[in-house]
Design a protein around this ligand. Structure first.
Ligand SMILES: Cc1ncc(COP(=O)(O)O)c(C=O)c1O
Length: 428
């Protein structure tokens, strides 16, 4: 399989686009950044004519695959009715109603365009509601690329500091250290540590991925989410779930429905509209209403853009319990099949996570409970594995995450497992 035309196009494109890519997360890819011509169900067709089974799924967004008929049709119809009204539309009220029905914490909502942006709205609400300043985050959790939160998302082992007092590590050059003044970090999945930090009394909001999926795919320890909520209540902090990945991947009611814990605020993006730029901040009515009557500002030219709202409504209509049941079967068969092949080939690995999103960590002795455990994985070997898969027509993220859509049926899973067998042999 050749990727020469992709490489040539990226090199040529780099004359105009910095690095030839429009997100830094697209630079580091096995085989070099690829250029795509179209998507079809579970497949992407690249500029060299390769037909690749895609497990990026739009970085988790394409829960219905690349060409969901209902979504495509709804978008075409809305385009004919107009693109941006800078006013309200009936379709956005319909989208909001669905969200409030499906998501336990959603008494009220506001739409935005990206996960990074609605995370900022959550911090603003938490500070306004509590009068406190500090946002508490967890090592390895990612909540967008903005200066005040891009800290300790994937710190190098030698930079993390002691486990009981982690250091805030900037994720990029150019971040002002002053931006970390409103932030603190601790390890995730450890209730005693969280309770001790909250007891200092200065925390406005605690933000976490309710299942850690940006790095790894780690479920919360039994009682952790419940305990976090109780501790936030006790110490007057707002609990924020970042469901940008888990939302509509861990089920129709998302992580909060699956684990039965209702936070004060939550944020959604990615799968909410199957690849259209929709994000949402949802939560307690008294908090969200601060936007309406409490002097807290929230804006955005593209918020609730009607074409994206039509995509969201159509996506949500397709995300039925039957959808989850059917795609989960294929996801579990794939996840367990990969684990078995790696084991049979003698490659030490932990395959952990959920039905429609899981993580393959090579070199790990035990399932990771938090970010520090993941640091023991053999990342270089995984990159070789990802590259070996790509040569066999399967495109996976180099950080070990696999996203499954409803288009990844039994035939696609069989073809993938064949490629996994070959790739495992190659790297063993
Ligand atoms: C858990 C999580 N939160 C927030 C974000 C930021 O979302 P966006 O890329 O839409 O700004 C991401 C993106 O990958 C994410 O994985």
């Amino acid at each position: 399989m050749s990727f020469e035309r992709s490489a040539a196009l990226v090199a040529e494109g780099a004359c105009h686009i910095a690095g030839g890519v429009n997100s830094n997360f697209r630079i580091g890819m096995a085989g070099g950044p690829l250029v795509f011509q179209r998507g079809e169900g579970a497949y992407l067709i690249d500029a060299d004519g390769n037909r690749l089974i895609d497990y990026y799924c739009g970085m988790g967004a394409m829960v219905l695959g690349h060409t969901p008929k209902g979504v495509q049709q709804a978008v075409k119809e809305q385009v004919d009715k107009g693109i941006l009204y800078a006013g309200q539309s009936e379709i956005e009220f319909e989208a909001a109603r669905i969200l409030c029905e499906r998501i336990a914490s959603a008494q009220r909502i506001r739409f935005g365009s990206s996960g990074s942006e609605v995370a900022q709205a959550a911090f603003r609400l938490a500070r306004a509601a509590t009068g406190k300043r500090i946002i508490l985050k967890f090592e390895g959790h990612y909540h967008g690329w903005f200066d005040n939160i891009l800290w300790s998302t994937a710190p190098a082992q030698n930079a993390t500091g002691p486990e009981d007092a982690p250091v805030l590590v900037a994720g990029s050059k150019g971040q002002d250290p002053i931006d970390a003044a409103g932030l603190d970090v601790i390890g995730w999945n450890d209730l005693a540590r969280l309770e001790a930090r909250l007891a200092k009394g200065d925390i406005a909001g605690v933000i976490m991925e309710p299942a850690m999926c940006n790095q790894g795919a780690i479920a919360p320890a039994a009682g952790y989410l419940e305990g976090a909520l109780a501790a936030c209540r006790k110490h007057g902090a707002i609990l924020i779930f970042d469901e940008v990945i888990t939302g509509f991947r861990l089920g129709q009611r998302s992580a909060q429905g699956r684990f039965g814990v209702t936070p004060d605020l939550s944020i959604f993006a990615k799968a909410i509209a199957n690849g259209f730029p929709v994000a949402a901040i949802v939560g307690r009515a008294d908090l969200l209403d601060l936007f309406a009557t409490g002097g807290v500002l929230h804006g955005g030219t593209f918020n609730a853009q009607p074409v994206t709202m039509a995509a969201m409504v159509a996506t949500q209509q397709a995300l039925t319990p039957e959808h989850y049941e059917k795609s989960s079967k294929c996801g579990v068969r794939l996840r367990d099949g990969i684990a078995k092949i790696l084991k049979d080939t003698g490659i030490k690995a932990q395959v952990t996570g959920f039905e429609l999103m899981f993580h393959v960590g090579l070199g790990l002795d035990a399932p990771a409970k938090n970010y520090r455990d993941l640091l023991a994985s053999d990342k270089a070997l995984y990159v070789r594995f990802a590259h070996a898969l790509l040569k066999r027509g399967v495109r996976v993220l180099e950080r070990g995450a696999w996203f499954v859509s409803s288009e990844h049926d039994d035939a696609v899973v069989d073809a993938t497992l064949d490629a996994v067998r070959g790739a495992a042999k190659e790297i063993a």
